[in-house]
Design a binder for this molecule. Structure first.
Ligand code: C2E
Ligand code: CA
Ligand code: CA
Ligand code: CA
Length: 280
């Protein structure tokens, strides 16, 4: 057992060093990329299940790294959070999103909406960004309803006044709020009554398991029914098959997004898709 312990130690140390080195390198590279505005915002269509039309899009950040190719946000968002770069990233995403949502409201649909992901850190520390947001909205003559902010359930269980204050600010500005990855974390639902929430996004893990079996449908159906009773709309994530889409529609789900409709696209490609739909 002692030998094993020593072996484990000698294997572990270099790995930790490599991990720390590559993390340091990545955070340096990320700082440069953010400063030089190299991060890109992609858009994934959100489809109205009743009409089949794209009425919304989710903004998803992309980092094209010169040597490593595209790095997943799952990998660099934690680095951005620990280095404070997340605030600059969030600012850039909001700016880009307001530009495109103005365009797509004019070109395709007057009520078009774009949703933006917020990490808990961003949500809790304003750093004056909220005032900037309102300016971006005003500059493009957009109502708050053009933007939905996606947050996770954990935030709403933390009863801090910061969270409640931010949600009230959003409500005053008309900015909408979605609960991302709904159903993965917590069992308490009382926050849904306590706060002004507009959308529940059913997590991909539920969508993935959807088959016509009564058991698999029970949970999504219950979520949809509850959401509607509380006046919320439901967006299903990770829809990859027509079967999943049809089952969700039958269950009364309002919107869906996933590879079945489209992967996240650069804005120009998203716009082409949107215009093709308007023409048909
Ligand atoms: P999320 O908000 O849950 O985003 C959904 C993820 O599922 C995206 O991954 C999307 O590309 C992927 N996806 C969409 N449709 C399908 C499908 O049909 N099947 C499968 N298997 N996956 C699908 P992505 O773009 O890699 O983003 C990962 C996470 O990074 C996001 O999860 C979000 O939490 C975070 N993120 C992305 N952009 C931002 C941002 O601008 N700010 C912050 N704070 N976080 C972001
Ligand atoms: Ca999201
Ligand atoms: Ca609202
Ligand atoms: Ca999600």
């Amino acid at each position: 057992a002692k030998d094993q312990g020593r072996n484990r130690f000698s294997y572990f140390t270099p790995n930790l060093q490599i991990a720390a080195q590559s993390r340091l390198r990545l955070s340096n590279d990320l700082r440069l990329a953010v400063n030089e505005q190299q991060l890109e915002v992609f858009f994934q269509p959100v489809v109205d299940l009743a009409s089949g039309r794209i009425l919304k899009a989710e903004a998803l950040i992309r980092w094209p790294h010169a040597q490593l190719g595209y790095i997943s946000p799952l990998e660099f968002i934690p680095i951005a959070e620990s280095t404070g770069l997340i605030y600059h990233i969030g600012e850039q995403v909001f700016k880009v999103a307001t530009y495109w949502v103005r365009r797509w409201r004019d070109l395709a649909h007057p009520d078009f909406q774009i949703s933006i992901n917020q990490s808990p850190l961003e949500f809790q520390n304003d750093q004056g960004r909220y005032a900037d947001w309102l300016q971006h909205l005003r500059r493009h003559q957009l109502p708050g309803q053009a933007i939905t902010i996606e947050i996770t359930e954990g935030l709403l269980l933390d009863a801090s006044t910061k969270v409640a204050t931010r949600l009230l600010e959003f409500r005053d500005a008309g900015i909408q709020v979605a609960i991302d990855d709904f159903g993965t974390g917590y069992s308490s639902l009382s926050y849904l009554q306590k706060f002004d929430i507009d959308y529940l996004k059913i997590d991909q893990s539920f969508t993935r398991n959807l088959t016509p079996s009564l058991n698999d449908l029970a949970l999504p159906e219950a979520i949809i029914m509850m959401a509607h009773k509380l006046g919320l709309s439901v967006i299903a994530e990770g829809v990859e098959t027509t079967l999943q889409r049809d089952l969700l529609r039958q269950a009364g789900c309002d919107f869906a997004q996933g590879y079945l409709f489209s992967k996240p696209l650069p804005p120009e490609e998203f716009e082409a898709l949107l215009l093709a739909q308007e023409a048909s």
